[in-house]
Structure formats: structure tokens, C-alpha cells
Design a protein around this ligand. Sequence first.
Ligand code: SF4
Length: 182
Amino acid sequence: MSHARSLLWSAATCRRFAVSASLAVRRRSPDRAAQPAFSTFSQPVTLPITSLDLPLVGVIDLEAKVQGENTVADFKTVGSAPDGHEAHMSDQLTAYKLAKPQVERSALWVLVKTKEPQILWQPTIRTGDQLAEYLAKVGYIAREITAGRFYKRPGMWCAWCDYLPVCLGDKRKAQESLVTVT
Ligand code: SF4
């Protein structure tokens, strides 16, 4: 298996890419209290991190001024109401904060696809200790993958993972769909 010359920032939990959010969320009117004053969608970011051998790359779903605060947000679509801890535990939001240290707040913007659909806004913050903890995890996993040790974490997210052909052992499709980033 060849290894990409960069780290996708969801690599800390698996190798799936930080998928850009549900277009449904973008098209629906969000909670009025959370209406963004400006917005940039789907921003590609490459982060050189001194403690890592490879750059950390990904896509920020949304950067916006929300309720007067510079905010980065990750869109999610779920089938049932979240518990409320998700934003605090989100590796993607931690990576967003690393990419945009100047932002005041991070948030999940969640489309709940229940019978009565809802859009939930889950703001959170990241401390320096949390950023350091995340980088330690990414570094550990990157070294493991580079050494050829990788465990699959199959789930519904495999459906939108760029590495699915690799995990399925489909070499032809992997060669067609993946590129090596130097
Ligand atoms: S296909 Fe599934 S198990 Fe394989 S890297 Fe992607 S998310 Fe992980």
C-alpha cells in the first residue's frame, strides 16, 4: 500500500477525509440567532506542522462571522438528535482551530434528519492543551501509518471516504482515484 505524502486531518480517527458538509444545510435557513454575517465555504487548507513529517491537509466547511464572533464550522447530517458532547470531542473542529488560530469559536452545524428536521448549532472552544493533545495523536497515527500499521475503522463514513478502494483491495480503482501529494 502506498502512502499519501500528507495527512488528512481526520486521520486521527481514521483516514477518511474531512468531508464537506451537507448541501442541505447550506440550502436551508439556519437558526436565525446563528445567521452568519459573511461566509467562506469549503476552504482547502494545508498546514505545515513542525512536529509532523507531513503537512496536515483538509477542507474547512465554513468560516463566518456568527453572532459577532469569527467562527469556523463543520456541517454534519445525522439521523437522530445529538447528545451535545459532539462539538467538544470533534477532531475536525480541533484541526479547524489549528488552521485558523485567529477564530474565536468553533461549532458544529447539525442537520437532524428526523420526521421534523432540525438544524442545531453547537458552539465550542479549543484550549492550547487540547490542540497539543490532538497533534500528539495525529503524530502517533501518522508514524504508525508510515510504518505500514493501520487499522480500519469501518462505518457508514466509508461511503464517502477517498480510501475506500484501498481498504477494499481494489488496486485499479485506487490508482485511478488517488494521487500522491508531495
Ligand atoms: S474506507 Fe472506512 S475503514 Fe477504510 S480508511 Fe476509509 S473510513 Fe477508514
